[in-house]
Structures are given as C-alpha cells and as structure tokens.
Design a protein around this ligand. Structure first.
Ligand code: HEC
Ligand code: HEC
Ligand code: HEC
Ligand code: HEC
Ligand code: HEC
Ligand code: HEC
Ligand code: HEC
Length: 299
C-alpha cells in the first residue's frame, strides 16, 4: 500500500509539473487564446487589394523568435479584428516601427523604404532581412547564428533579391553584385572564416552600403558614392587608407578598358603569358616524348 501511495504521489507531481510548465509557456505568449483560431494553417483572408494572405500563426516559430515574451495583444491591440490593416509590406513596417522608431525612421529614408512608401512590393521590408521565413512572428535576434542579420549570413540575405538578375534588370541594375562580392577578398575571407564573431571583421554588404539607411549608389550622400566617401568607408577598417587605396577598388565591376584599364590590361598580359608558358611547356614535353620514342624504335 505504502509503495503504491509513493508511486501515485510521484505520478501526481510529474503531471502537475507538466501542466504547470505548459500553461506558463502558453500564458506568456497568448493570454487571450488567439491561437485557438490562428494556429489553424488553413485560416486566411483576402485583402482589399485582392491578395490572399494566410492568417496562420505558427507557434513553433514564435517560441524561438525575438518577441516570444510579448503577448499578441501588445502588438495587435486588445481588439485586433476591429483594426483593419491592409496587410502590406508597408503596413508591416509601420507596425514594427510603432516600437522600433529609430530603425523605422532610418528605413523610411532609405532606398528600400522610399520605394516601399510608394507601394513597391519588390524592395526589402523589415522581415525580409530579419526573418528566415519573411514572417512577422519569426523575427530572430540579430546576434543569433541563424539570424539573417548575423554578419556571416548578411550577403545571403541581400542575395535573395540582389542575386535575382531578372528582378534587378527591372531597376537597371546589371552588375552581378553578389557574385562579384563572393569573388572579392572580403567575400572569400568571410566564407572561409567560422561563425566566431572575431572571424567576421571583414567587410560585408552592410559595411559598405549601410544597414537601415541604404542609399542609391547614385545619391551623392551614399557611403560608396565618389572617392572621398568611399575612402572614408574603407578607413573604418583600413586606417589611413586614403583615396589612392580606394581608387584600386573595382566595386562590383569587372575590370575593362574603361574601368580601371591598368587592372584590365595587366590581367590580359598575365593571361597571354600564362597561355604562352603552358603551350611552350606542352611543346617541349611532346618533343621529348617523340625523341624518346624514336630512340627506342631505333634501338
Ligand atoms: C474565433 C476565432 C478567432 C480568434 C479567437 C482570434 N481570431 Fe483573429 N481572426 C480570425 C478570423 C476568422 C480572421 C479573418 C477575418 C477577416 O477575414 O476579415 C482574423 C483576422 C485577424 C487579423 C487580421 C486582421 C486584418 O487586419 O484583417 C489579426 C491581426 C488577428 N486576427 C489577430 C488576432 C489576435 C491578436 C487574437 C487574440 C486577441 C485573435 N486574432 C483571435 C479568427 C480569430
Ligand atoms: C512583436 C509584435 C507582434 C506580436 C507579439 C504578434 N504579432 Fe501578429 N503581426 C505583427 C506584425 C508586424 C504583423 C504584420 C501586420 C501588417 O502586415 O500590417 C502581424 C500580422 C499578424 C496577422 C496577419 C497575418 C500575417 O501573418 O501577416 C495575424 C493573424 C497575427 N499577426 C496574429 C498574431 C497572433 C495570434 C499573435 C500571438 C500568438 C501575434 N500575432 C503576435 C506583429 C506581432
Ligand atoms: C536591408 C535589410 C534590413 C532591413 C530592411 C531592416 N533591417 Fe533591421 N537590421 C538589419 C541588420 C543587418 C541589423 C544588424 C545591424 C548591426 O549589426 O549593426 C539590423 C538591426 C536591427 C535591430 C537591432 C538594433 C540595431 O539597430 O542594431 C532592430 C531592432 C531592427 N534592425 C529593426 C528593424 C525594423 C523595425 C525594420 C523595418 C522598419 C528593419 N529593421 C529593417 C537589416 C535590416
Ligand atoms: C510591442 C513593441 C514591438 C513591436 C511591435 C515589435 N518589436 Fe521588435 N522588439 C521589441 C522588444 C521589447 C524587443 C526586445 C525583446 C527581448 O530582448 O526579449 C524586440 C526585439 C527585436 C529584435 C532583436 C534585437 C536584437 O538586439 O537582437 C529585432 C531584430 C526586432 N525586434 C525587430 C522587429 C520587427 C522586424 C518587428 C515587426 C515585425 C518588430 N520588431 C515589432 C518590441 C517590439
Ligand atoms: C526583398 C528584396 C530585397 C532585399 C532583401 C534587399 N534589397 Fe536592396 N533593393 C531591392 C530592390 C528591388 C532595389 C531597387 C530599388 C530601386 O532602384 O528603386 C534595391 C536597391 C538597393 C540599393 C540601391 C541600388 C542602386 O541602384 O543604387 C542598394 C545599395 C541595396 N539595395 C543594397 C541592399 C543590401 C546591402 C541588402 C542586404 C542588407 C539589400 N539591399 C536587401 C530589393 C532588396
Ligand atoms: C568592416 C571592415 C572593412 C571594411 C569597411 C573594408 N575592409 Fe578591406 N579588409 C578587411 C579585413 C578584416 C581584411 C583582411 C585583412 C587581413 O586579414 O590581412 C581586408 C582586406 C582587404 C584587402 C586585401 C588584403 C589587404 O590588406 O590588402 C583589400 C584590397 C581590401 N580589404 C580593400 C578594401 C577597400 C578598397 C575597402 C573600401 C571600399 C575596404 N577594404 C573596406 C575589412 C574591411
Ligand atoms: C567593399 C565595399 C562593398 C561591399 C562589401 C559591397 N559593395 Fe555594393 N557597391 C560598392 C560600390 C563602391 C558600389 C558602386 C560602384 C559599383 O557599382 O561597382 C556598389 C554598388 C552596389 C549596387 C548598385 C549596382 C548598380 O549597378 O547600380 C548594389 C545593388 C550593391 N552594391 C549591392 C551590394 C550587395 C548586395 C553586397 C553584398 C553581397 C555588396 N553590395 C557589397 C561597394 C561595396
């Protein structure tokens, strides 16, 4: 009897612990039971603009998100169904901006934000850079290894759009910015480095272009516009670099007779030299083989 009572007591403790643990987790996240409906993957609505938007909120994603301790109603008001949002990339940024004002203001003045304000859905809104699934409930903290904003991952994040040649051609951007970055010293060194933050001191896209304040490269205020600005950008990490150092930088362009001709012609001279040396080597070896065969045959 006593042993049975003991086992029963243990079972009760375990059950209570499980229930308590689960309910506190659910409470912290969803005090109003919003997920009773919004955890249904099929729930969706049609916006005024005619787009079908999923209203499914994935609890598993929320549990690892930066905002996992913020209740639904903190962001959505106590009566979310009364507040009709157009559910666009712009309304999304505005909602994030209701708390993150500084980032919002900067983004609004960037090339991405200005286009967004004009209703262009092609450019980056907050979650395109902050969520691996571009979902407002799956924003990852900046310094987590799997965050799209973790320095090692940033070039991939920009590449989602900037390595899409079709999309870029619509904006007259013809340079393959991602490929040329990955070919550059910085890109290679970043790729070879581990995820340790100390290995990530090389330049990635945002070190040269900015983060929330990215400007058109044609804007004279852009950190990459003109040699003076560019030199200052290099100097963040290459102290005393100066204009001469920046001049040698090809940007994303390939060297050509018009763009850094010295690099273009040097490259060509080396290519011709390499081909000549290899051809000469091949000739010498073939001649030796022929000579050797003839000698053997004579013997
Ligand atoms: C009884 C089920 C149910 C519950 C509970 C519920 N919702 Fe909804 N919710 C819906 C449905 C259905 C829609 C789509 C309505 C439509 O198409 O107009 C919706 C739409 C929404 C939208 C989109 C609104 C828009 O702008 O069009 C948000 C945001 C939202 N719900 C948040 C919440 C939050 C936060 C809670 C908890 C406080 C909650 N919901 C609780 C069923 C529910
Ligand atoms: C940190 C703030 C935040 C929290 C917490 C949050 N949301 Fe959202 N939610 C957003 C933003 C931002 C949007 C995008 C709104 C827009 O596009 O106008 C959104 C959109 C939605 C939508 C519309 C569909 C979509 O995915 O765009 C629903 C439904 C929704 N949220 C429900 C919930 C529920 C349920 C919870 C709690 C489990 C919750 N939200 C918690 C910020 C939040
Ligand atoms: C083009 C990509 C991109 C867009 C768009 C973007 N962010 Fe960021 N964000 C980043 C990166 C990269 C970092 C990390 C910055 C760093 O390491 O200094 C960051 C950092 C942050 C931080 C952490 C604090 C800080 O400043 O370091 C917050 C909060 C934030 N962003 C909010 C937002 C909000 C809100 C929006 C939309 C209005 C937004 N971001 C749009 C790329 C972006
Ligand atoms: C209700 C206010 C609120 C809204 C709305 C909100 N956030 Fe946050 N956000 C916070 C708070 C508070 C934290 C810090 C959470 C913590 O540290 O536990 C945070 C953290 C973050 C971080 C992590 C910063 C870091 O240092 O790593 C990012 C990135 C971020 N938010 C982006 C967004 C984006 C993008 C949106 C829109 C989808 C958004 N936030 C909407 C309040 C908000
Ligand atoms: C969701 C897609 C998307 C993402 C993600 C994105 N961008 Fe963009 N970006 C665009 C589009 C589209 C344009 C063209 C806008 C225009 O020219 O009007 C643009 C414009 C730019 C420009 C200006 C180009 C010019 O013609 O001068 C720069 C620089 C830029 N982005 C850098 C970045 C960087 C760096 C990142 C990553 C941190 C990034 N973008 C992430 C879509 C994106
Ligand atoms: C975020 C910091 C950062 C920025 C900004 C930056 N670099 Fe670098 N760069 C590095 C690091 C770190 C190395 C590797 C140094 C090493 O390991 O010797 C490097 C290496 C180089 C190298 C090859 C090795 C060498 O030391 O000569 C060149 C060339 C170079 N950078 C040019 C530039 C130019 C041009 C700019 C400006 C357009 C620039 N960098 C901006 C961090 C940066
Ligand atoms: C070391 C500095 C540096 C780094 C790193 C860098 N850029 Fe650039 N970027 C420039 C400069 C300088 C220009 C302007 C000259 C040019 O177009 O080559 C430029 C131009 C651009 C343009 C406009 C091209 C056009 O045709 O108008 C885009 C878009 C862009 N960069 C995106 C990116 C992305 C995305 C990354 C990361 C994958 C990146 N950049 C990394 C310096 C850099």
């Amino acid at each position: 009897m006593r042993r049975l009572g003991f086992l029963l007591a243990i079972a009760v403790v375990i059950v209570v612990a499980i229930v308590a643990f689960r309910s506190t987790r659910a409470d912290a996240l969803d005090k109003n039971g919003c997920l009773t409906c919004h955890s249904n993957p099929g729930l969706s609505t049609t916006t005024k603009a005619g787009a079908k938007v999923s209203l499914f909120v994935n609890e598993a994603l929320i549990n690892t998100a930066a905002h996992r301790y913020i209740d639904c109603t903190t962001c959505h008001s106590a009566d979310p169904h009364k507040v009709a949002t157009p559910l666009t990339k712009l309304s999304l940024a505005e909602k994030c901006g209701s708390c993150h004002q500084y980032e919002y203001e900067q983004h609004l003045n960037s090339i991405h934000g200005q286009q967004l304000a004009q209703g262009n859905p092609d450019v980056a809104t907050c979650v395109d850079c902050h969520s691996p699934t571009a979902n407002p409930h799956n924003v990852i903290r900046v310094l987590e290894y799997n965050a799209p904003t973790y320095k090692k991952n940033i070039s991939e994040t920009c590449a989602k759009c900037h390595d899409n040649q079709q999309l870029m051609a619509n904006y007259g951007i013809v340079e393959k910015v991602y490929e040329s970055y990955m070919r550059s010293f910085h890109g290679k060194a970043m790729q070879l480095g581990t995820y340790e933050i100390t290995q990530l001191d090389k330049a990635t896209c945002t070190n040269c272009h900015g983060v929330h304040d990215i400007k058109s490269v044609a804007d004279p205020a852009a950190p990459v516009a003109g040699l003076d600005n560019l030199a200052k950008t290099c100097e963040q990490c290459h102290p005393g670099a100066g204009v001469e150092f920046a001049k040698g930088f090809l940007g994303h362009k390939e060297a050509s007779p018009d763009n850094i001709p010295a690099a273009h012609y040097t490259e060509n001279v080396f290519r011709v030299l390499l081909i000549s040396v290899l051809t000469f080597g091949a000739l010498v070896v073939s001649a030796a083989v022929v000579r050797y065969s003839i000698n053997r045959w004579r013997d």
